[in-house]
Unconditional design. Structure first.
Lengths: 187, 253
């Protein structure tokens, strides 16, 4: 077997092992169903076609997820004609209830439903970092933004998700109350 | 001392183990002295732990596995050799993600494939946990025969969990142990066997796909242990079988 065949085989093993992560992100982006399946298939079609551009041993997951995200965004833009209309959703104002959340009551279904309410650009960051385990650098690579921007999106996504979960854990909690802000140093 | 306003934006990244513009030592010192920020970090830790506990990655449908296997196959050339390899890959991928063969069809080959898939996280464990007593109890109930992992767990191997064999779990399980310092995990398939119970186990040692495989039956239970190498196999078997043991000399592995 030639060196190229061997590398190809290694590549295939590496990317195929990430199928679950790829499909999971597709589901997070478009929901379960035919669209997620097609997105996954197309991602692998692109990956296998461009295998010689992938450096073995680097993050196959980040590479595949960046392909998937590009395909997703392209599909969105084609569909909407207004590329950023839905991607620029704004978050509601910040603020957190004072009661301690009963996090142990968060179920997988509740998490999925709450996550779906988080605007896409922040949801992506939470999914990539907190559910897919990417580093900040890999997350920035997939999102095609500077690391600082990725970090900022992650923070906002976490805050939005947290608020949504708290609301679902205790719907009678009433309006959110601002948490005491950071203490400011006096001159 | 840095003030909270300067520190707070970096706490999440700090918690995630990322380097930030604020040196880790400065962050650590601040958190030791600032109750507000320390509370903020604890709250974030609890929230992230809740996410991790509640998160369940969706199972990949068999149709997606087949589609990806097809893409993998069709992206290659069409020479006869390539076709053969691709067909094999297709089978392997479908086997790895789809339905497994019925227990007993070839437990050895099945365990070798499962060891790899479970170890790499391509297949989920049905039972997760590090308590060997609990798993021994659960499996004994399922199989209707005594299974005891407690000694194996004392060998230095760490129990990770189990994946049931067969749709109802009555076909047994593949139990996964991690072997610190070794490249691969150790998998132990356990399944019921029919016929006359064996009073003394008879061991068969072989190598399959570069892995050391030890098979034996004891009572009405059959076992197949798949280890990355002889060292891992010795680690698992050596707990019960000291050098010179009449049944199995672990050093022979």
């Amino acid at each position: 077997m030639g060196d190229s065949d061997s590398r190809r085989r290694e590549f295939e093993e590496e990317v195929t092992a990430e199928l679950r992560a790829v499909y999971a992100l597709a589901v997070h982006l478009v929901g379960p169903g035919a669209e997620a399946e097609d997105l996954t298939q197309e991602t692998y079609a692109r990956a296998f076609a461009a295998w010689d551009r992938y450096a073995l041993g680097t993050s196959a997951r980040a590479w595949l997820l960046s392909i998937l995200r590009s395909l997703f965004l392209r599909g969105r833009r084609d569909l909407l004609r207004h590329p950023t209309a839905e991607l620029d959703e704004e978050l509601p104002g910040s603020g957190e209830p004072q009661a301690l959340p009963r996090w142990e009551q968060v179920s997988p279904q509740m998490l999925e439903q709450a996550l779906a309410t988080v605007p896409l650009r922040y949801r992506e960051a939470v999914v990539l970092r907190d559910l897919q385990g990417l580093s900040y650098r890999e997350m920035a690579f997939v999102l095609e933004v500077p690391a600082g921007t990725a970090m900022s999106r992650l923070q906002r996504g976490r805050e939005a998700l947290k608020r949504e979960l708290i609301q679902r854990l205790d719907p009678d909690a009433g309006p959110a109350v601002e948490e005491p802000g950071p203490r400011r140093s006096r001159p | 001392m840095l003030d909270c306003e300067a520190i707070r934006p970096w706490l999440g990244a700090h918690l995630d183990g990322e380097d930030t513009l604020v040196p880790r030592e400065a962050l650590r010192l601040h958190l030791e002295r600032c109750l507000d920020c320390a509370r903020h970090v604890r709250a974030l830790q609890e929230f992230l732990a809740a996410l991790a506990a509640a998160h369940q990655a969706p199972e990949v449908p068999a149709s997606v596995v087949r589609k990806v296997a097809w893409v993998r196959w069709s992206s290659r050339g069409s020479s006869r050799a390539t076709l053969a390899v691709a067909a094999l890959s297709l089978l392997l991928v479908v086997a790895a993600f789809g339905a497994w063969p019925a227990p007993g069809s070839d437990l050895l080959a099945e365990t070798v494939a499962l060891q790899q898939a479970l170890s790499e996280g391509r297949l989920p464990l049905d039972h997760r946990g590090e308590d060997p007593e609990l798993l021994s109890r659960v499996l004994s109930e399922r199989l209707g025969a005594t299974v005891d992992f407690t000694q194996v767990a004392h060998s230095g191997l760490q129990l990770r969990g189990a994946r049931w064999l067969g749709a109802d779990g009555k076909g047994g399980a593949v139990v996964l142990f991690s072997s610190p310092g070794q490249g691969r995990d150790v998998a132990l398939a356990v399944r019921p066997v029919s016929g006359q119970p064996r009073a003394r186990p008879r061991f068969q040692v072989t190598t399959r796909e570069g892995r050391r495989v030890v098979s034996w039956e004891h009572g009405q239970v059959g076992y197949t242990l798949v280890a990355g190498d002889g060292q891992s196999a010795r680690q698992g078997c050596g707990t019960c079988h000291l050098p010179g043991s009449p049944d199995l000399d672990a050093l022979d592995l």
